[in-house]
Design a protein around this ligand. Sequence first.
Ligand code: HAM
Length: 425
Amino acid sequence: MKAIQAVRGMNDITPDATPYWHLLEDRARGVLGAYGYREIRPPIIERTELFRRSIGEVTDIVEKEMYSFEDRNGESLTLRPECTASCVRAAIEHGLLHNQTQRLWYMGPMFRYERPQKGRYRQFHQIGAEAFGLPGAELDAELMLMSARLWSSLGLSGLRLEINSLGSREAQAVYRETLTRYFEAHHDALDEDSRRRLHSNPLRILDSKNPAMQELVTAAPRLLDQLDPESGEHFENLRRHLDGCGLEYRVNPRLVRGLDYYTRTVFEWTTDRLGAQGAVCGGGRYDGLVAEIGGQSTPASGFAIGMERLVALLEADGALTDAEDPHVYVAAVGSQGGFAAHPLAESLRGSLPGCRILVDAGEGGFKAKLRRADRSGAVVALILGDEESAAGTVAVKSLRDQRPQRTLTGEPLLAALRELLPART
Ligand code: HAM
């Protein structure tokens, strides 16, 4: 019979990789918590309407990437392609936005029907932060500083920050017309995608990856040159905050992002180390979205990190090769030895809670078990045969140096393990 395989673009995260995910998750929890952000867990499925209204009808995500289906009541539902819209919906629904500020974070799977390639998947994971009720540039700066601190807590370097301002909704509307006129004047040079976007979403033409379009895109008028005065001041303030903290960035006037809800600040963190999918984090301000989804007008700003891409960087650095190896390998042989293994291991787990103990009490002799102990990466083997079991002792063998084997029990056994495993006990 043919084996059933996973759905294309949806990956298993295997036990070799999970230590890197744990590292990322733990550090993210620590850093986000240290800035006063609290976790929210919205459901993975929402009404399709939520994403249509927030992300925008004429975006790649809504036009062709959503996993939408009708449930048994005929209602159109969608596996979330991102979580900003869900956070806004949840914050409105639970009255979290009335006369208060909220700093929220989330972590979990997102779904987009994209063409899978390295770094781009159909089920992928994000860690995101969304803050509500704070209109100033200091919040945008905080989000960038917080992401930078996460990179340094993970030992990652070489990530670059790009920032831009998309101005107010009104400035965007004026700019859209300017841009449409510009691209209309060069209609012959536009590729098919851009022609389709010309009247619906000309800003997205700036995001074109088609090399043939680059010259035209580079020469296009820039929104940054015609910002409304308040957005201009907001952008200057953002730069002052970042400069004041010594956070390096590059102003990229072509940075437009793939979702329609942004106003003013947008930003992205990128790396050269991941090939074509170099964006590891993207975000920005979306002051209009809460009202568009039916809440009271509330300023907001946030970002989301692509976890697969960060994990790929961590794996390439190989920081964690022995993260989940056992520390102690109990090699029990014979009937009495076998039955003594669990009582011994349970008592050690009680006394040494930080210690990872693996019990091998099944078939096989000492030789095979010691070979397996060595291969497991354990630091110590505890050898338990019928003889040791009858005497209530165990032979302690250090696997990573030449210390002589000793037969011990009770407190001296614990002391020997503490000495051999100073960091874990
Ligand atoms: P986004 O730029 O669509 O923004 O996604 C953020 C990050 O998720 C990307 O930079 C990338 O690292 C990762 N990502 C996106 N699509 C995929 C994929 N198919 N496979 C692997 N990784 C992917 C948002 O989602 C916004 N909600 C961010 C935001 C929050 N803006 C304001 N608040």
